[in-house]
Every structure is written in C-alpha cells, then in structure tokens.
Design a protein. Sequence first.
Length: 201
Amino acid sequence: MARRNTNTNMFDNVRRNTRKKTVYKNASYVWNFTAIMLGLYFWFLGKNLFGGLAVMLTLMLAPWFVRFLRKKIKEKAYLHSSIYQVDHLSGHDFEDFLCANLRRLGYKVENVGSGGNDYGVDLIIRKNGKKTAVQAKRYKGKVGIEAVQQIVAGAEYYGCKNRMVITNSYFTPAAKRLAAKCNVTLWDRDDCQNKLVTIKE
C-alpha cells in the first residue's frame, strides 16, 4: 500500500508540473504576441521604428527581469533561513534552499527535479571532481527506506557514483542501515542545522 501511495504521489507531481509548464508556456506566447502587437501599434502610430522596437523589447524582457529579480530575492532569503523556516517550505522550495546553500559551500549544483521526471534524483552536485546525486526530502515525519532505494536507482541513471539524501527531519533506523549498506550519505536535521543553515535558533 505504501509503495502504491508513493507512486501515486510521484505521478501526481509529474502531472502538476506538466500542467504548470503548459500554462506558463501558453501565457508566454500570449504575452509575447501582445508585446509584438503593441510594438507594431506604436511604430505605425508614431511613425517611429525605434520607439516601436523599444516598446516591444521592454515588454518582452519585463517578465524575464521580474523572474530574475524574484529568484535573487528568494536566494538571499534561503541563505538567511533558520531550520524552523525551512520546516515550512514546500518540497520545491526546499530544493531551491539546498541549491542556494550548497553553492555557498562551493558546490556546482544542477536541479534535475524541477521538471518532475527526476528518477528519484532532485539535484546533481559537483565538487573536487566528485559527482553526487542528491534527493531532497522536506518531511514532517521520519524518512524511510524508500528514499534510499530511490536515490540508489536514480544515481545509476544519472551516472553518479556518490549518493546522498538530505532532509530537514530524521531517518528511520531501517533507512540508516540500508544507507550504510548501499554507501549512501545521509544528512538529517542536525546536519542541515550545522552545515546549511546560517541562522541558528
């Protein structure tokens, strides 16, 4: 039953991410079309080619600039978060929190889980020639063996020799035993507090 629920949640996340990407893509098309139409309107109305192009480019670049600004603001917030603030993040935001703070620690970070089809891997991090597959678990309860099983399989898919699971919570004894057997590094709440969180409470 637990395995069925896990698979159902995985497929639900994929469907939600696909719908979000479709809505965003369609909205981008509408916005760009509007920007082009307004640019042409101002061009013909004012008989000013450069003015029309300026309006067009400004409107087309505005969403990108807003997203860039929001991303920088969120990254700054993640770099100054307490463990209790981390507890209230969504799963996707927890991945972003890890990205920001792992980069602060000198890792090169690639988020492969944002698209939904992550094969059990959320992040791929690189440092000192080592490539590590990471699964992020923002949990309220304890993380079980499923996370260890998923990262072992996912790391194989992405060609990573090193595997890691990071959570804001703790791991079950069974998960710890399996991780030790499969050579998976576990970072629990205490590790997050000591290595990733800059605001101590």
